[in-house]
Ligand binder design. Structure first.
Ligand SMILES: [Zn+2]
Length: 100
């Protein structure tokens, strides 16, 4: 039975927690590269992830991306990782502790 509730919910491919779609980052694959699609405009099969490095790492460790996108892989998550790192640095109210 489908419920006619308002906010759509998606499952994060990393931590598998169900979250309102607006709290997740949509991802698509373009030529083998995982790219963020914050506006939800890119065509193709999407996956949803919390905008957090922890969830990206979980997803990569569990090899969740090829499954989520239904692609054989390997998929390049480098650009996505860089974007999430910037996002995380901004959240530490301006201070960037870069001990990479
Ligand atoms: Zn998550």
């Amino acid at each position: 039975m489908k419920r006619g509730r308002a906010a759509p919910v998606r499952t994060c491919v990393g931590c598998r927690v169900r979250t309102a779609k607006s709290g997740l980052l949509r991802l698509v694959v373009v030529e083998g590269v995982i790219v963020p699609d914050p506006r939800g405009r890119l065509p193709g099969r999407g996956a949803h992830l919390h905008p957090a490095l922890e969830c990206l790492e979980l997803a990569e460790r569990r090899r969740a991306f090829p499954r989520a996108f239904r692609l054989p892989g390997p998929l390049d998550g480098g650009a996505l990782r860089a974007r999430l790192a910037v996002h995380a640095a901004r959240q530490q109210d301006g201070r960037s502790e870069s001990d990479v």
